[in-house]
Design a binder for this molecule. Structure first.
Ligand code: FAD
Length: 317
């Protein structure tokens, strides 16, 4: 497998020295350790800022020609086996959550499941679905995550984003044109925090709704194996899982990757899958569904980085 590290990489590390003491930083950090699919080669630069000031310092220090990738829990991310030739910023330390009446402000790194639990404690409804989505608030905003007829955009009021030049601006929901698993963030920006407007409700009823969502999840999804949730968006009026099953691919394997026997819109890593296996399975499912039903499935999982090595017939499994 080819790892993308240019000969000049040591000279290019100077800017990272300024981040010493401001968080955790590493070179060649395996993306497999940071994605729920448990695949992906090394990120050339990786930083987990200790706080917001460290995040801003890092964005300002990072040379303009280096691509920055915000990372939440990696629960909707597929990185190439060859690695990510850029700067991965792990936001998990920016996890403060604060309530003010019916309003909630959460840092990008706050886990959605924790936010849901805290909303229930405060008797505030609108975030119940987050109890079942294994990502962070920043990733939830970027994806407009949702399920059980609720989504982030329903209760979101505004967000703070840091732009590529290090400046921080507030954006209202209406600026973001949020749709089904879609949010228009400014290019190269990072969500720092999100503010939600919630509705008062009985904590017990909120908890009951969360319990019911969780139990529906565990009976229908392959949660014991590494996966990234739904691989494809549902096409209008249909379900990607039904289409994949109808095309005869339920349980189909390529290398260590498999279309789940339990839920055909999930790809699971049986332990030794490569990113190339998963991409090959994604392509196979798209081709089979197109041939069987005439529908083009659009991936929901974010394929980050460069994938040319696969097109060029490189590594596979
Ligand atoms: C078992 C399972 C069940 C799931 N169920 C659902 C579901 O029901 N509904 C649903 O919508 N999704 C679901 N998902 C997918 C995933 O959890 C969501 O998309 C989630 O919102 C991703 O959050 P994350 O923090 O893991 O983001 P990541 O996977 O880390 O990132 C996803 C994308 O968002 C970007 N991003 C992350 N953080 C930021 C930030 N702070 N600023 C800007 N961009 C950022 C990343 O660069 C990447 O492009 C499921 C996943 C799994 C594994």
């Amino acid at each position: 497998m080819n790892v993308v590290v240019s000969p000049s990489s040591c000279e290019r590390d100077d800017w990272m020295q300024s981040l010493e003491g401001k968080g955790v930083w590493r070179r060649h950090e395996p993306m497999a350790a940071h994605t729920t699919l448990a695949v992906g080669g090394p990120a050339r630069w990786f930083f987990r800022p200790a706080d917001r000031a460290a995040l801003i310092a890092a964005i300002k220090a990072c040379p303009a020609d280096i691509v920055i990738l915000p990372l939440g829990r990696g629960s909707n991310m597929l990185a190439p086996d060859t690695g990510f030739d850029g700067f991965v910023v792990d936001l998990s330390e920016l996890d403060a959550v604060a309530f003010d009446g019916c309003s909630l402000r959460a840092g990008a790194g706050a886990r959605m499941s924790r936010v849901a639990r805290q909303c229930a404690e405060h008797g505030l409804s609108g975030c119940e679905f987050m109890a079942t989505v294994p990502g962070d608030i920043g990733g939830g905003v970027a994806m407009n995550a949702g399920c059980f007829s609720q989504q982030v955009s329903d209760s979101l009021r505004c967000i703070e984003v840091i732009l590529r030049d290090g400046s921080v601006i507030e954006m209202r929901k209406s600026d973001l044109h949020m749709g089904y698993r879609r949010t228009d963030l400014p290019t190269g920006s990072i969500v720092v925090s999100a503010t939600f407007e919630l509705k008062p409700d009985s904590p017990e009823e909120i908890r009951e709704r969360m319990r019911s969502m969780r139990s529906r999840r565990s009976s229908t999804q392959p949660l014991a194996q590494p996966n990234c949730g739904s691989v494809f968006k549902n096409p209008a009026g249909d379900h990607a899982a039904r289409l994949i099953e109808a095309a005869g691919l339920k349980g189909f394997r390529i290398g260590g990757a498999q279309i789940s026997e339990q839920h055909a819109n999930f790809i699971v890593n049986n332990g030794d899958a490569s990113s190339a296996d998963i991409v090959a399975l994604i392509r196979r499912a798209q081709a089979a569904v197109k041939q069987h039903s005439g529908i083009e499935l659009e991936p929901e999982v974010r394929m980050v980085g460069e994938w040319e090595y696969l097109l060029a017939g490189g590594d596979h499994g």
